[in-house]
Design a protein around this ligand. Sequence first.
Ligand SMILES: CC(=O)N[C@@H](CC(=O)O)C(=O)NC[C@H](CC1(C(=O)N[C@@H](Cc2ccc(O)cc2)C(=O)O)CCCC1)C(=O)O
Ligand SMILES: [Zn+2]
Length: 628
Amino acid sequence: LPWLRTAGQPSLDAFYNETQAKLFLKFYEQPARIVFNEFMEATWNYVTNITKRNRKNMFQKEVEKSQFMLYFGSRARLFKTDHFQNPDVKRMLSKLQNIDKSALPTEDLQKYNRLLTYMETTYSTAEVCLDEGPCIPLEPDLEEIMATSRDEKELLWAWQRWRDAVGRQIRPVFEHYVQLSNKAAQYNGYKDMGALWRAKYESNTLEEDLKRLFDELQPLYLNLHAYVRRSLFRYYGPEVINLRGPIPAHLLGNMWAQSWDNILDIALPYPKKPPEDVTKIMKNQHWKPEKMFQEANIFITSLGLLPAPSEFWVKSMLEKPADGREVECHASAWKFYRGNDVRIKKCTEVTIEDLLSIFHQMGHIQYYLQFQNLSVIYQEGASPAFEEAVGSVITLSASSHKHLLSRGLLSQQHQDSEEEVNFLLGIALEKIAFIPFSYLVDVFRWKVFDGTITKSIYNQEWWNLRLKYQGLCPPVTRSEEDFDPGAKFHIPASVPYVRYFLSLVLQFQFHEALCRASGHAGPLHRCDIYNSKVAGKMLGDVLKLGSSRPWQEVLKEMTGQSNISAKSFLSYFKPLLHWLVNENVKQGDILGWLDYSCSFEEKSTDKVSFLGMVLEPEQARLGQWVLL
Ligand SMILES: CC(=O)N[C@@H](CC(=O)O)C(=O)NC[C@H](CC1(C(=O)N[C@@H](Cc2ccc(O)cc2)C(=O)O)CCCC1)C(=O)O
Ligand SMILES: [Zn+2]
């Protein structure tokens, strides 16, 4: 191209580099699919059959994958993209450069992988042994106790023994994990691993956006917290519950008190009109795990979206194996970079909770199927929150009274206003309770990564955040021998969590847009997009983009808004907020928690460790309050 040469060096370099860059990216595709496929297969084999041999093979494939990513990641850095014309080439090259832990020197990487696998496997194989007799695992046994037992002592036993069995083992390893994580992040050009995780959201206002959303949702949470505390007070009595203090963390129907839907029976607003027990109906109708996945598939294909391919039904692990194999029961959806090879691993129990979580998982599968023709580099969600919101938005329709009725999972025809409050409270116990938990998990980890929370105070800082954001307290004294955050899967598994907080907000924003598109009129909580091809097309168009476009652009195309907003979440629960505010005023309950611990002897009225809010009857009507 002599004539270009005379036109001056930069344009030639730019032209030459851009062409070269396109070839480089083209060449990347095939080997990437092969290397990633082999890595996913080896990891799948391990988590569905935990043996030394499978672990060794997984480590081997992990090293190969990392060498491959290091090769292409470092070469992607060599291109000077500022003169490039094609925005796609620039975006793909920049995504290729973030190679996470693969940037570590092989020695460190192998140590890091051993730490990660030790923590995740410790969690997945941990059991709690009764004094004499059997040892019981988290899924389904301990989770079943936390969900259904109403014996405070038994709940305390399960809560404490799980943390003894897992958290304590993981603590010493976690400290090294933090160091190596930060080292990997620095090799990628980030100050610490928290910064690398946050960069996935392509936003320089992420932390303030999170804070803003959290504050907008605070009135909902504080009113629900006060109401549930009152309900638990009525049930367990004043010895256990302090109406002006935090709630003991073992009484909320969940091992981590992250969602409280399992104690709807205790908190039911109108006990004379109890909702039907869908789990019981499923069991009476002889539902099996496979039928639960087919039910989700039927919903998804009713939208005109893609069905689960035959390989899915053949290769997935839909139930805990009965052959004594050790498996990782924590549910997950998998893609294998080979077209229709997509799978789910889940130790499914026949319950409504598992049915709804299957809708969530099948949302991941649908994303994989929709973006499979994109470059490997774009085969992920527009943001991690988008990935999580897809399945959850479908679940919002699937859990509606209208949908369950149409699927024969409810027999009651009508739903009067009191039954509607009961229904909304059920959804609130899952979604509103989840707000502060899904926010604080990564607030904790970001502070650990950036050094604010040093290893000598991990546990006390965890409980400070649990008190500050959730208004919970540990039911027994904790120490720095314990490591309670390690008792939650995503911490030993090193899976970021703020995606679930953002997904909480996003799923309602999506729900409102999809419901409007499907022609739904009336309250948002009565919407069911089932059978709506229009809503399906709107959703499919988002999924087809993968991460090829910034999520802000994708959100704008779908909902008309380019920023994430809590407005839809608030409007979905508006009827319930009014009911809760009136109920709390009637009971004279305060919002928030003045005391800072469960045990009453440390009762203190002078120390206000958190916003103590007193409702003036007048302001309460407007849902406002006066800071104490
Ligand atoms: C190979 C791989 O890892 N694949 C990823 C997907 C991907 O990255 O492509 C994946 O499958 N991750 C597993 C994870 C599983 C679940 C989870 O952990 N949920 C959170 C938070 C929550 C709670 C309630 C709820 O309704 C929705 C979310 C928790 O239980 O605390 C378990 C129950 C449901 C979702 C998931 O599906 O998000
Ligand atoms: Zn998910």
